[in-house]
Structure formats: structure tokens, C-alpha cells
Design a protein around this ligand. Sequence first.
Ligand code: PGA
Length: 265
Amino acid sequence: MTWGPAHIIANWKMHGTMQTCQRLVFDLLEQIEAKNLRDDLSSHLKIHLCPSFPYLPLVKHMTMGHPLHLGAQDMHYEEQGPFTGAVGPYMLKDVGCDLVILGHSERRAHFRESPTDIGQKVAKAAEKGLTPVLCVGEDQAAYAAKKTFSTVLEQIRETLARVPQSTKLLIAYEPIWAIGAGKTPAATEVNQLFEDLGREKLIQKYYVTFLYGGSVNGKNVGSFLTQPYINGVLVGGVSLQSAGFTDLLETASQVVRRPKGTWSK
Ligand code: PGA
């Protein structure tokens, strides 16, 4: 198992216009320069901005030469063809993406994505050289019943059934009850979950890096990233505010300068 820099993934969801996206990136770049963060960010963090499909080329264009990479929020599992309204892996690569968020709980809920669909997407993304970010997470009832581990492991099992062994992927644990809710599980709880998942034979067949997502902000990001098994965060709301997101990046780059945990196989 190898560890790279911590991942910070900005999920802009279905927000913004051409103008507001441009403003957001402009302000972000300006604050990174003003705070002299460019070198720290590129050596300690791997930051991906994930705007809606129409704004991908704009964000790519604006971030060239800066320590900000491009990701998408979904993709189809077919390479191309008669799939009206869909966007395939070649298109994402063509506009400069190197990562794609898959199976977000909002897609599972609103677009009825099944574990089979999501597994096919993960496999295709990896095959085409896009880093897949598989999102998993339990609802409030499962959390209250202390069924987080079994729920998340089952979600991963169902999804990876379609994914070849040794695939490299990021798994983002995003409790549904924490997303956009201003509350989070304790960082130690998340760390324990990842440590336990990492001991599972199923997980050990893949190259997995674990991320946490759900109400991450500049104040709590340090508590997550200082845990040995949490190797990044997926950020929604705060990533749409340039000042708040810059603070988060600054804290993250300061706290990740330490060795991370690893599992014995
Ligand atoms: P949030 O969203 O940071 O606004 O809670 C996270 C996500 O849904 O990825």
C-alpha cells in the first residue's frame, strides 16, 4: 500500500453559472497566491475541482499551471454510443479530467443508480485512466443502530463485484446524515472504520485510499486529516466559497506533513 499526498475533492454539485464559476476559480487562485500557498499545496495535497459538465473546460483553462486538477461528478459506463444525455470517459479525459466521483448518495437517491451501474462505472473509469472516487455511506437509522461498518462494507462488496482486482480507487465515506447537515461523525470513529475496512480481505484485493466527506470545513478538516487512515476529504458546500475553501486548503496542507498508517496484508 502506498500513500501519496492527501486528496481534497471539491464537489460543486449542480451549482453555479459560467460567471460564478469563473469568479470562484479566479478568487481561489488569487487567495492561493496572496497566502503564498502554491508550493505547499502542490507538495502536500492533490486538489480536484469538480464542476458541472458544462464548466469543465472553463475550469481546466483557468487552472492550467496551478496546483488544481479537474474532476467530474459522474460518467456513463459505456465509452460512447446512443446514450442521450450521457457523458462518457473519453469526453472527460478529452476536457482534462483525471478523476471522477461515482455513486454519490444523491445520484443513488435521485437517479436510482444501482450498485451494478456504479460498479461498471468504477471499472470503466479505472480502465480508461480516470481515478474513480466511489462514494458510500449509511443513513441516520443505520448509524443509530451502529450498523455503519456492515452497511458500508456491503455497499463496497456489491459495487466491487464488477471491478477487477488490483484496481486503484479512492473510497469516500460520506454518511448521508452528515452531508450538508453541519454535523459529522467523530474523526476517530471514521478512522476506526477505515482501519477495520482495511483489514478486510475484499479491500486488500484492491489499492484503496480512504477519504471522508460530509460537512467538512476549515475548522474540522484538521481533525480528519490528522487521523492515520483518513487520506483526504470530499468537500461540498464549503468548496463553493473561495475564502472558506482556501482556509480549508491552508489547514490541510499544514496537517498532512506526517506519515500515514498502513495495514499489514
Ligand atoms: P457537504 O457535501 O460538504 O456540503 O456536506 C459533501 C458531499 O456531498 O460530497
